[in-house]
Design a protein around this ligand. Sequence first.
Ligand code: ATR
Length: 288
Amino acid sequence: MSTPVAIHTLSGTSRLAGVMGWPVSHSKSPRLQGYWLAQYGVDGTYMPLPVAPENFAASVKSLRDLGFAGVNVTIPYKQAVFAVCDELTDRAKRIGAVNTVTFSPDGKIQGDNTDGFGFIENLRQYVPDIDFSSGPAVVLGAGGASRAVIVSLLDENCSQIRLTNRTASRAHELAREIGDDRITVVDWPIAKTSLCDAALLVNTTSLGMVGQPALEIDLGGLAQSAIVTDIVYAPLKTNLLLGAEARGNKVVDGLGMLLHQARPGFHRWFGVDPVVTSELREFVLSPV
Ligand code: ATR
């Protein structure tokens, strides 16, 4: 008897989406969105779209004209896409970057940023009773990811954000651009006095990532009730998380931020608000 073959085909009314980047081969989004498409039996597809910089703006407009529902944009286009969008959400403006583009039925190109949403939802998944207003948050790093994290924490009524970065001028510039007096720039490396009453510690730097130097931090001053999270997810348990866990702090790894940030796009393009499960985590991490 022949082995049954799982056949996947598209219909004439399939919904189309993808991720645009240069390069895009590293992106986990096709695997992630593809898992949900199969799980929910959606008549649609999500593809990698490697687009060279000189073709970027024209390509976004072409996808709209080809009837795509939308696209994710990744490095190096998260800022460049601003110029192509007809409409931007408030959070995309405040974060200063777009990662999720939707083409509206009237041809408008709408830009949104869901990175901060992903950050908050990841923490909520593992710490359901988390109260972001319960105490100061310490944010390490002042790059693009930091900006999304800070804006989302402010929107969750975080009372105080202590921002620290190796290059202090970048931290000051970020605080100035966001323009909220709940942000205070503190010294790098972080002092015990800045950590002792923190409710949340977030690493948004690339330190601790595979191939990067480790993050050197003295957690001695941190309260045991503080939650520690890292946006790095390779490795899943960074040295920061291992050190925090060993002293009894609740830790949340960074993979969920990637998974949750994909939800709003999937919902808009394919009509289902997908669920982030442990099976999805394993699938996204497993080799293709
Ligand atoms: P992203 O947009 O992903 O946040 P980024 O803009 O390159 O990336 O920011 C990387 C962050 O990691 C920055 O805060 C960077 O600090 P600097 O602004 O001082 O460069 C931080 N980072 C990277 N390598 C570092 C290192 N060796 N020591 C300390 N911080 C580092």
